[in-house]
Design a binder for this molecule. Structure first.
Ligand SMILES: [Zn+2]
Length: 307
C-alpha cells in the first residue's frame, strides 16, 4: 500500500534529524575551501587591474558582508527554516503537489528559487526603493569576490518577505533550501571574482552558469550593460529573457554618477540608501557614462585590459 502524505512527511522529517553530523559541516568547509581557492586564482589570473587601494576596500566589503550575514542568521535563517519545514511536513507549495519523487521536487525547487532570484535582481534595479539599497553593492569601483559580500544589511531585511514568499509558494524543502543556499553563495563569489578564465572555456560555461565575464559586464558603469546579465546562478534565465550580453560597451566598474572613492567608504555606503535624494545613477555632468579602454573586448595579454 502507498504511504500516506503524513507518514511520508514524518519519514522525511526523521531522516533530516537523523542525518550524520559531517553533512552539516561539509558544505561550509567546502565553501571555505572554495573561497581560498578563488582568492588565490584572482591573484594569479586577474581580469582587471584594481583601481582602489587595498586592503581598505576589501575590509570594507568584508565588514558589510559580516553585517548582512548577521541579519541573515538572526532573521532570514529562522524564517526560512520554519517555512521550509512547513513546506515538507504539510506538503505546501507548488513542487510539493507535483507527482514526482522527492529528489526531483527538490531539484525543481532549486531551479525555481534560482529563477525567482533573477526576477528579484531585476526588481532591485527597476523599483526605486529597492535600487537605493542595491546601489550600495554597485558603487564598488572594483569588482572581485569581496564585492559579492558588499550588500547593505537593510537589503537583507527588505528581501526577507520576498524570500519567505519564494519558499512558501515554491514549496522549498529544508534540503532544497540548503542546496540552493550553497549553490547561490558559491555562484555569487565565483561570478564577482576578478578572474580571467580561458576564453573558450568561459564561453561554453556561460551557457550554463553566470561567469565572471557576464557579471563583470553587469557591473560596468553603463546602463546598457547593467540592464543585462541579471542571472545569479544558472545563466539561461538571461538567454530566455533576451538579457544575455557578452560584449560590454564600457569598462569602468561602478555607477556613472558615483565615481568618488570616498563615497564607497563604510559610513557613506551605510547612509546612502537613506539620503533624501539620490543622483541619477547613469548620467554624469557631461551626460554620459565614464569612458575607459574597451576592457571587455581587448586581448588578454595586457594586464589592465580584459577580454
Ligand atoms: Zn545588480
Amino acid at each position: 500500500m502507498a504511504p500516506s502524505i503524513a507518514s511520508t512527511a514524518q519519514a522525511r522529517s526523521a531522516s533530516w534529524r537523523g542525518r550524520p553530523p559531517w553533512r552539516d559541516r561539509a558544505l561550509p568547509l567546502l565553501l571555505a575551501a572554495g573561497v581560498v581557492g578563488l582568492v588565490i586564482a584572482e591573484r594569479s589570473k586577474p581580469r582587471r587591474i584594481q583601481t582602489q587601494s587595498e586592503p581598505g576596500r576589501s575590509l570594507r566589503n568584508l565588514a558589510m558582508g559580516a553585517m548582512s550575514m548577521a541579519v541573515v542568521a538572526a532573521l532570514e535563517a529562522p524564517v526560512a527554516q520554519r517555512l521550509a519545514t512547513r513546506s515538507e511536513t504539510g506538503r505546501r507549495g507548488l513542487v510539493q503537489h507535483l507527482p514526482v519523487p522527492d529528489w526531483m521536487a527538490d531539484a525543481l525547487a532549486v531551479l525555481a528559487m534560482d529563477y525567482t532570484i533573477y526576477v528579484w535582481h531585476v526588481l532591485t534595479h527597476k523599483v526605486p526603493v529597492l535600487w537605493r539599497f542595491h546601489l550600495v553593492h554597485h558603487i564598488d569601483l572594483d569588482l572581485d569576490a569581496s564585492t559579492a559580500l558588499r550588500f547593505h544589511a537593510a537589503d537583507m531585511l527588505i528581501s526577507l518577505p520576498y524570500r519567505a514568499a519564494q519558499i512558501a509558494l515554491i514549496g522549498t524543502s529544508r534540503r532544497a533550501w540548503r542546496l540552493w543556499q550553497g549553490f547561490f553563495f558559491a555562484s555569487i563569489l565565483f561570478h564577482h571574482a576578478n578572474l580571467r578564465l580561458p576564453a573558450g572555456f568561459e564561453r561554453r560555461l556561460a551557457w550554463v552558469l553566470t561567469t565572471p565575464r557576464m557579471h563583470g559586464i553587469h557591473h560596468t558603469a553603463r546602463r546598457v550593460d547593467t540592464d543585462a546579465n541579471w542571472s545569479s546562478g544558472l545563466s539561461f534565465w538571461d538567454r530566455l529573457h533576451g538579457t544575455f550580453r557578452w560584449e560590454a560597451s564600457g569598462t569602468a566598474i561602478g555607477v556613472a554618477a558615483y565615481r568618488d572613492p570616498s563615497e564607497t567608504r563604510l559610513r557613506p555606503s551605510l547612509i546612502l540608501p537613506f539620503r533624501r535624494r539620490l543622483r541619477d545613477a547613469w548620467t554624469t555632468a557631461d551626460g554620459g557614462g565614464p569612458q575607459a579602454p574597451a576592457a571587455h573586448v581587448a586581448p588578454p595579454k595586457t594586464q589592465n585590459r580584459e577580454q
